[in-house]
Design a protein around this ligand. Structure first.
Ligand code: FES
Length: 130
């Protein structure tokens, strides 16, 4: 049923993804998509004192996209915006015990959506120009 090169953690996060769902009171929504396969991710974040206190996601994609989106939320929750900005697709893949080479691109969705959400948070926090 699964690509045999998937780690047990990838399969576990795909079967039981963490932090799934939209967040009506999110402070920012980060979006990312992979035009080559049509997969997409929306990442919702709630921020307090420059820290991600809640994070959730909705994804349309392959098993690796779901698993990496789930792991992105696990790694980012509780982090400061500066620390979360440093999370890379490699960090996400490694936290899942690695991904098959042909699936490494799937981990880019999580990292890109997170960066997009952080960009929006920082933009919203800037005082309006007068
Ligand atoms: Fe599209 Fe995995 S195949 S993100």
């Amino acid at each position: 049923m699964f690509n045999e090169a998937y780690s047990n953690l990838v399969i576990e996060h795909f079967m039981s993804p963490r932090n799934v769902g939209s967040m009506p009171d999110a402070d920012a929504v980060g979006k990312a998509g992979d035009p080559s396969c049509g997969d997409s991710l929306e990442l919702y974040v709630k921020i307090r004192d420059n820290r991600i206190i809640r994070i959730s996601f909705l994804a349309f994609g392959c098993a690796a996209a779901i698993a990496t989106s789930s792991m992105t939320t696990v790694l980012a929750e509780g982090q400061t915006l500066d620390a979360a900005r440093c999370l890379t697709d490699q960090d996400i893949a490694e936290a899942l015990g690695g991904l098959p080479d042909e699936k490494m691109h799937c981990s880019v969705l999580g990292a890109a959506a997170l960066q997009n959400a952080i960009d929006q948070c920082e933009k919203n926090a800037r005082p309006a120009q007068t």
